[in-house]
Ligand binder design. Structure first.
Ligand SMILES: [Zn+2]
Ligand SMILES: [Zn+2]
Ligand SMILES: [Zn+2]
Length: 749
């Protein structure tokens, strides 16, 4: 007996080989009908014997292609259509607003890699090889539905052989939009117009030169990782004193010659997202010392484009430095001319190609904390995967914070957080944010109704607000946004005790917050306490020279002679009168002060340097802590930062090992959190803020809480740093809007 069904599939189902999979499955079960993409996902009509249609439905869910992610599947029984006698893939249906999720960029797959390395294959050595299971997606998409004319591959006309594969549902390249071959695809070139770009690049790298390489989401600056002179040259030309460079390493096995790579970390290295994985460097570093000075970690990634794979296989390299191709503080270069102009003084050679990059995407950075991956930077490979919203967030557009900014766009009950954009301190980054936002709204088909911003009135983002015609913008406090993001990621709506340990952010009372104890739900937060205020002598100068914070905190509490002896590195230059003296409760600044006090870092040349270098000297086997406990004053918890600094100072005077002091400092903070949670009778605690990128603080806090039976909520899909702010802003605005609607409805009843 014949049955017929109409099936709609939503989620990440376009550009991931879903329709050919449907086609093969239908044939396998002797079904007739059709399938097509539309702006909401994939539509399927099938008819055949009852057991065959049932088996089809079952396997549609259980055996979907690797890159597909089904969020919704609806199937209805309909009348059979006797005029349909075969199974076909129909043209995409356009018209209504796009509702489909956009696929992410993924690393080259094993089959494409084999073909590229096979001299008998027609794509032998083709640096732009891809198939429906791999290759560029978000970086080349200009509009939906995801078809070739909507990508930056539109200008490349397929040759007959490629078109045949593209149109044949039985091949791996059926409707693989970026499909190409050496005859019809993009080509490599050199800035200088020399022949044989790949060989010239390899020769230049071997000779210690610096090469700008155009990648998937932008340019890298690249040099040999074992050539100290080349690495120093790169630091000098980039004006980057100490911030670690990432390495690209031949394969996971080679990575283990540079670092301790756990099975979980190897899995991440080899995942289709191919992030930079922050791993523990081996004691005796195999790479040049200037790659990652002052820290005991390395950021390692594996080759992810066919071009990277060719560079390594032809060049025989084990490891290359691959750092963002940008001018310090400006966005990553993505266009050939832009790179040739801005990176002119940095690169000796430019390895270019003519496939345009639509969306600028940095490499993502992941670190395994407590056995699970935590994103430190979310970009290539991870965006634009959607995040959940527990209520309607349609038309809300959140513009994030100032540092490590992202934007977030709401559609229905789903939030789309952009890639890491950067710190909004110049017009170029603001333009990058604007382009990212407009593109995201365009491909999602979202018309903005309400903008959501940081409460800080001086935000750069104000320039992005349209003039008139829309709802009044909503402003959300920074640390509440952290807490809301953490709760929403974990799908928790109940009021929860949250610790936001962070850098500086403007608080409700106009002072600089950053070590906050909050009782938060998705609508708002109540401050239960904070770190004792620290002076910031000279404002920003105190962040750059953290010895100032230690000096200000301890002067008057210990003898000046002792203080001068310990803080001997405070140069005369740095003791000029300090007029501007804001105060802060930021835990990040407490880390800085301890780092300076222990003679670890006196000048920060990049954000988080003092804390990262402090973490690097910790002896994790030291289990002690300092005997200072949080106190409650006038109903507010106070985390006694100054008393802690005094104990650290005395430990130093007593000749205690710095590695032990640093360990006890981290353990004391973890104990503070556990103590407050215990006295507040919390059964569940949320952790957010940049300080929780610190592995020891993260792991020791979590185990201290779990030992007392507390459930710990942490960020899993976004960074605990300020990249999560836009999501928290959007969720909060959505929660308040939903509350208002509920009240209005109740009033009507
Ligand atoms: Zn492939
Ligand atoms: Zn071709
Ligand atoms: Zn923050």
């Amino acid at each position: 007996m014949n049955r017929a069904g109409q099936i709609r599939v939503e989620g990440t189902v376009q550009g991931v080989g879903f329709r050919p999979f449907v086609y093969r499955l239908a044939h396998q079960h002797r079904l007739t009908g059709w399938t097509r993409n539309d702006t909401r996902g994939v539509d399927i009509f099938i008819q055949g014997a009852e057991k065959d249609t049932a088996a089809f439905l079952e396997e549609l869910k259980s055996t979907a292609p690797p890159l597909a992610r089904i969020t919704r599947l609806i199937s209805d029984e309909v009348a059979p259509d006797s005029t349909i006698t075969d199974f076909q893939i129909l043209e995409s249906a356009c018209g209504e607003a796009p509702m489909v999720d956009i696929a992410r960029d993924t690393s080259i797959c094993f089959q494409c890699l084999e073909e590229m390395n096979n001299p008998a294959d027609r794509r032998f050595g083709h640096p732009f090889i891809n198939c429906t299971n791999c290759g560029p997606r978000y970086t080349i998409i200009q509009k939906l539905p995801y078809d070739r004319p909507g990508t930056t591959m539109a200008d490349f006309e397929m040759c007959a052989a490629c078109r045949k594969e593209y149109e044949d549902p039985s091949t791996r390249r059926f409707h693989a939009q970026p499909v190409s071959c050496p005859d019809c695809g993009p080509q490599l070139s050199l800035g200088e117009g020399l022949d044989d770009p790949l060989e010239t690049t390899i020769a230049a790298l071997r000779a210690g030169k610096i090469v700008a390489v155009k990648g998937l989401g932008g340019f890298h600056l690249c040099c040999c990782a074992d050539n100290e002179e080349a690495v120093q040259q790169l630091r000098c030309r980039k004006g980057r004193e100490a911030r670690p460079f990432a390495l690209m390493v031949r394969d996971a096995k080679t990575a283990s010659q540079f670092a301790e790579v756990s099975p979980k970390e190897a899995e991440l290295l080899e995942s289709i997202e191919r992030p930079i994985v922050v791993v523990q460097a081996l004691e005796k570093k195999r790479c040049a010392p200037s790659v990652a000075p002052g820290v005991n970690t390395l950021g390692i990634m594996l080759p992810y484009t066919p071009l990277h794979a060719l560079l390594f296989s032809r060049g025989g390299f084990d490891a290359l430095v691959m750092t963002s191709g940008n001018v310090s503080g400006l966005p990553l270069c993505k266009d050939n001319n832009e790179a040739m102009g801005l990176l002119k003084g940095m690169a000796d050679v430019f390895l270019l190609h003519d496939r345009a990059i639509q969306t600028r995407l940095d490499d993502s950075i992941v670190r395994v904390l407590g056995g699970e991956p935590v994103l430190l930077r979310r970009a290539r490979g991870y965006v634009p995967a959607p995040l959940p919203a527990p209520f309607d967030v349609d038309g809300l557009v959140a513009l994030g914070g100032i540092m490590k900014s992202t934007v977030c766009v709401g559609r229905g009950q789903t939030a789309y957080v952009s890639q890491y954009i950067g710190t909004l301190e110049n017009i170029e980054t603001l333009e990058h944010m604007e382009a990212t936002l407009n593109h995201l709204m365009e491909v999602l088909g979202v018309d903005p109704m309400t903008y959501v911003l940081d409460r800080h009135p001086g935000g750069f983002q104000n320039y992005l607000l349209p003039k008139g015609g829309l709802n009044e913008p909503v402003r959300i406090q920074h640390h509440h946004a952290h807490a809301a993001a953490c709760l929403a990621e974990n799908e928790v709506r109940e009021p929860t005790l949250c610790f936001v340990f962070d850098g500086l952010g403007l608080g409700d009372d106009g002072t600089l917050w950053g070590g906050e104890i909050l009782m938060s739900d998705l609508c708002g937060s109540r401050r239960l306490g904070h770190l004792e205020l620290l002076d910031l002598p000279g404002g920003d100068a105190a962040t750059r020279y953290p010895g100032r914070i230690a000096y200000a905190a301890l002067s008057g509490l210990v003898s000046n002679a002792d203080l001068n002896r310990v803080l001997y590195w405070l140069s005369s230059n740095d003791r000029k009168p300090l007029p501007n003296q804001p105060r802060t409760s930021s835990i990040g600044r407490l880390f800085d002060a301890v780092s300076a006090l222990l003679n670890v870092c006196h000048e920060q040349t990049y954000e988080g340097q003092a804390a990262m270098e402090l973490e690097a000297i910790v002896d994790p086997n030291v289990t002690g802590h300092y005997e200072v406990e949080p106190v409650k004053e006038d109903g507010l918890w106070l985390l006694p930062g100054k008393a802690l600094l005094i104990q650290i100072f005395q430990a130093l005077e007593n000749g205690e090992e710095r590695s032990a002091i640093a360990a006890k400092f981290h353990r004391t903070l973890a104990r503070w959190i556990a103590a407050v949670a215990r006295q507040e009778s919390a059964t569940r605690v949320g952790l957010s803020g940049g300080c929780f990128q610190n592995r020891l603080l993260f792991e020791w806090t979590r185990s201290a809480l779990e030992e007392q039976g507390v459930e710990v909520l942490v960020h899993r899909r976004l960074s605990p740093g300020d990249e999560c702010i836009s999501y928290g802003q959007l969720i909060t605005a959505g929660a308040r809007r939903a509350n208002r609607k509920n009240k209005e409805m109740n009033a009507c009843v």
